[in-house]
Design a protein around this ligand. Structure first.
Ligand code: PA5
Length: 352
């Protein structure tokens, strides 16, 4: 039920990814309220000198989005570590937050164990699994998020849990009101891009149709790099479509020399509404260059500011990837190859 009306589940979405998208604004606000009412997380025993967010895929992306959101005010080095090993510098002055929706991802568990071994301070976020057990044994802070979701669909729970840990440790600061406004913003967007919106005026659906059969090249400035990566990942996992992302200004120092436009591709620029002067110049220049090349260029522009600007782009592009899956006739929910690969790697003794 959305807004008191029963929701029409589109054909081809038997497992209900659309329902999760429609409920995202509510999940955000509910999670914010739960976290505000939660008992305080015990503070760090030593002030951390660096922070490592250890995770992969749909869980790790929360680290990138958090950095886009709050990174400007973080006075410590902060890294999202998507590997089976922690960086060598991790030591007793590091805070390692392991984030894995299942709680069972081998690489994340390995990094957690290495962090314990290296004397780092640790905390974790998961829906359960081995990470929860390990935290219990270590007496480490653990935030349990709601079970029953695909990792990428659990973004509201995990992103806010991560922000909550960092806020409790005094590493970031934000106001819970900002989450309330972001949630209202997404709620209002749903009226025009959600499943119940008139199709001919639904811009997310329109864009998904223009992406059908295309390779998608996503561009953004550094301040929205997590959003660009998230969009690429969602096109891969929801729509089972190939795509890539490139970040400015770096792309002007290499990617620009490649054949533009890439034949059969669509370029999409992710832009925040509150972008700074330099970002605006870079992205305008990119748009002009791509347009001169004659390839199709699209823009996704955030609404609101701060978290709102980030999440409004994520929400719009999540819907685009969802509608693209439906257009292609693929179920947006299952990720069978990812699961099969995890099993195959285990079978080969990977990280056993
Ligand atoms: O979205 C997905 O299903 C994947 O990208 C997973 O997030 C990734 O495989 C890691 O799993 P988990 O999030 O459970 O740690």
């Amino acid at each position: 039920m959305i807004g008191g009306k029963p929701m029409r589940i589109p054909k081809g979405d038997g497992l209900g990814m659309g329902r999760v998208l429609e409920e995202t604004p509510r999940y955000l606000i509910e999670t914010a309220r739960e976290l505000m009412a939660a008992p305080p997380i015990p503070g760090p025993s030593r002030e951390p000198r660096n922070v490592i967010i250890a995770g992969l895929g749909g869980s790790a992306i929360c680290g990138d989005l958090l950095i886009n959101w709050l990174g400007g005010s973080i006075g410590l080095p902060i890294l999202v570590s998507r590997n089976y090993a922690l960086p060598r510098y991790a030591n007793e002055h590091s805070l390692v937050i392991a984030i894995s929706y299942s709680g069972n991802t081998s690489e994340t568990i390995r990094q957690f164990l290495e962090a314990k071994e290296a004397g780092c301070q640790v905390a974790a976020i998961a829906s359960g699994g081995r990470l929860e057990e390990l935290c219990e044994m270590a007496g480490a802070p653990f935030l349990r998020v709601r079970p029953g979701f695909q990792p990428r669909a659990a973004l509201p729970f995990m992103l806010l849990s991560l922000a909550h840990i960092l806020k409790s440790y005094g590493i970031v600061d934000f106001s819970w009101r900002e989450i309330e406004s972001a949630s209202s913003l997404l709620d209002s967007m749903r009226g025009s891009i959600g499943i119940g919106a008139p199709e001919d005026r639904n811009e997310a659906r329109g864009l998904s149709r223009r992406l059908l059969g295309k390779f998608v090249s996503i561009y953004s400035a550094e301040s929205m790099s997590g959003v660009a990566r998230r969009f690429k990942d969602q096109l891969n996992e929801n729509a089972k479509s190939p795509s890539r992302f490139e970040i400015l200004p770096e792309a002007f120092h290499n990617d620009v020399e490649a054949q533009w436009p890439i034949p059969g591709s669509v370029a999409i620029l992710i832009r925040r509404r509150d972008e700074g002067k330099e970002e605006a110049i870079l992205l305008d220049q990119l748009r002009d260059l791509l347009s001169e090349g004659g390839g199709p260029v699209e823009e996704i522009r955030g609404l609101g500011e701060g978290l709102g600007s980030i999440l409004s782009c994520v929400y719009f592009s999540d819907y685009v990837s969802y509608y693209l899956a439906l257009e292609k006739g693929v179920d947006p929910t299952p990720v069978r190859r990812i699961e099969a690969l995890k099993a195959a790697l285990r079978g080969r003794g990977y990280l056993a």
